[in-house]
Design a protein around this ligand. Structure first.
Ligand SMILES: CC(C)(COP(=O)(O)OP(=O)(O)OC[C@H]1O[C@@H](n2cnc3c(N)ncnc32)[C@H](O)[C@@H]1OP(=O)(O)O)[C@@H](O)C(=O)NCCC(=O)NCCS
Length: 190
């Protein structure tokens, strides 16, 4: 049994929402917003599963990066509580960054709650720097920290470095269905 990162499919929606609600509780996205994300051709969502149980999602993460644009956004990331601290979050982030590079992204952005040191530590270790703060952006008056990282175009770099780089994605599912762009899609990481 080993962990597999694969492209999220529309039929992963229920499993993703179970994790979404357990993780973000009152700030969970509505199911229709998540469905639009999974169907958005400009988005790239990955899920983590065990290879012998490929429908049981225990982590997911999403990138928004329109083809032809030079900027991308990390939309969300969540790892099931019992699976945290084992490198999954980092692997998902590295896979999204690798996809951003494939799409020609030069700068990648995200927002994170100021009171989330684990996520902030992960992002900082991947080369994200703080570029601003949105005061009292989240429920409960918590600030949002806006972060940005450059995505170097170089195709080779030492393994294991802190630079945005190597994908650890091990498999790809078919592309998400082609649907119109959605102006109501959720914005920013939480
Ligand atoms: C943030 C999250 C995705 C990280 O996933 P993870 O699989 O636990 O992270 P990893 O095991 O890959 O660890 C990556 C880095 O996170 C940081 N980190 C992980 N666990 C940590 C802890 N308990 N305390 C402090 N930092 C920690 C470290 O920088 C770590 O790097 P290191 O292992 O080289 O020291 C996960 O904790 C999660 O789902 N949290 C709830 C949802 C959330 O906050 N999402 C982010 C919204 S912006």
């Amino acid at each position: 049994m080993s962990v597999l990162l694969r492209r999220a499919r529309p039929d992963d929606l229920d499993a993703i929402m179970v994790l979404e609600r357990a993780t973000f509780v009152d700030d969970a996205w509505p199911v229709d917003a998540m469905a639009r994300e999974l169907a958005n051709p400009h988005a790239y969502y990955l899920v983590a599963v065990d290879d012998d149980s490929p429908d049981d999602v225990f982590a997911y993460a999403g990138l928004l990066a329109p083809e032809g644009g030079d900027q991308g956004d990390i939309q969300t990331i969540a790892v099931e509580a019992g699976r945290r601290g084992a490198g999954l979050g980092r692997a998902l982030m590295q896979a999204l960054i690798a996809e951003a590079r494939r799409r020609g992204v030069e700068s990648i952005f995200l927002e994170v709650r100021a009171d989330n040191p684990v996520a902030r530590g992960l992002y900082a270790s991947l080369g994200f720097a703080e570029i601003g703060v949105r005061r009292r952006y989240y429920r409960g008056g918590i600030d949002a920290v806006h972060m940005r990282a450059d995505v170097p175009a170089a195709v080779t770099r030492p393994a294991g470095g802190a630079a945005l780089g190597a994908a650890s994605e091990r498999a790809d599912a078919p592309d998400a269905p082609d649907t119109p762009d959605d102006p109501d899609a959720p914005e920013g990481t939480r």
